[in-house]
Write a protein that binds this ligand. Structure first.
Ligand SMILES: O=C(O)CCC(=O)C(=O)O
Ligand SMILES: [Fe+2]
Length: 337
């Protein structure tokens, strides 16, 4: 399959460039806006060292999956471990009954900014992230904090480029991210046992190369997703004519896509594009970072559903109910005056 609709954009002019007077800066901004408004997906090239992270940072984060099942289960969300109080953050085990047979952990802002958690509020969106004991994965929490912070800055660079390129007031887009509540998710799609594969229809490929759907089609809810995927591949994006196009893995790059709330914010100019994961016969890992505003941020969205504005956490919770991991959960939002 040839890749035609997902552009690759070098971010160097924005990460290291001379500023907005530099013609290369303007080119990158225009390319980002074009990608956001056409396909809703792009890959961005980031040279080693540009984010001040170790080259093996993704492998370091994925050490999480070396923990044994009992250690992971101790971090499980309430839905999967009723004795635990954490509802929004923490581990989710594979669920056999669903095509989305993956395990992972959702890590919140407190991994890098402890003051952003507020356990006393009773609001799941502000709960602290359960982490494994330091002795079981030495250095892991520091790596998580470093990666989280680097992705927050990268999200800010892309958001600023979008605001600039769309001619929208920079502060309208950037201010909600102060005190942001982004989610760093580590995902493992296990190799599936042959007996479960047998009952799953193949979406493409022949013989041993047949691929099944292991991540159901969806649009992301939030603002900007910064996704690292390993070399196995399997991420697909829906094209306007309804076909599915592979987003091929690339080294020194991240996949960037946009969520429904950003699409609302832009009055529908920015696309929140459907994507899915296919595979099943090989273990695969990915690390999305969902760059998101503060829970209490008011988002001005002139053309959004409803009254043209909303409180971010409220809208996020409402939209999350479509995802199997969150169905049936109650939210007790913090009291606001
Ligand atoms: O695993 C991937 O590559 C993408 C995961 C994804 O789309 C999501 O978690 O929203
Ligand atoms: Fe997604």
């Amino acid at each position: 399959m040839t890749q035609t609709s997902i552009p690759h954009i070098d971010l160097t002019p924005l990460l290291e460039g001379a500023g907005s007077d530099d013609p290369a800066h303007a080119d990158s901004v225009a390319a980002i806006v074009d990608a956001a408004c056409r396909s809703g997906f792009m890959t961005v090239g980031i040279a080693p060292g540009q984010l001040a992270l170790p080259d093996d940072i993704h492998a370091r984060l994925l050490r999480f999956f070396e923990l044994d099942a009992a250690a992971k289960q101790r971090l499980a969300r309430h839905k999967f471990e009723p004795a635990n109080g954490n509802v929004y953050r923490g581990y989710f085990p594979p669920q056999n009954e669903d095509p989305t047979w993956k395990e992972g952990i959702d890590l919140g802002a407190d991994v890098a900014h402890p003051e952003r958690a507020d356990a006393a509020s009773g609001d799941p969106l502000r709960e602290p992230t359960p982490q494994p004991p330091a002795a079981s994965l030495p250095g892991w929490s520091d790596d998580v904090a470093a990666y989280y912070t680097a992705m927050e800055s990268l999200g800010g660079v892309i958001a600023a480029a979008l605001a600039e390129g769309l001619g929208m007031p920079r502060n309208t887009l950037m201010q909600p991210f102060e005190n942001g509540n982004s989610t760093l998710r580590l995902i493992h799609y296990p190799e599936r046992p042959a007996e479960t594969l047998a009952s799953m229809p193949a979406v493409d490929g022949q013989g041993d190369a047949r691929r099944r759907m292991v991540g159901v089609p969806h649009c992301d809810n939030g603002f900007i997703t910064l996704l690292w995927q390993d070399r196995v591949g399997g991420l697909q994006v829906q094209t306007p004519d309804g076909d599915w196009e592979d987003v091929a893995p690339r080294d020194n790059a991240l996949v960037v896509n946009f969520g429904r709330l950003l699409s609302d914010w832009s009055g529908g100019r920015i696309q929140a594009t459907e994507h899915r994961i296919v595979g099943g016969t090989r273990s695969r890992h990915s690390i999305p970072f969902f760059f998101e505003p503060a829970v209490e941020a008011t988002i001005e969205a002139p053309n959004a559903d409803g009254d043209g504005g909303y409180v971010y956490g409220d809208r996020l919770w409402q939209r999350m109910q479509a995802f199997v991991e969150f169905q049936g959960l109650e939210r007790a939002p913090a009291a606001r005056d």
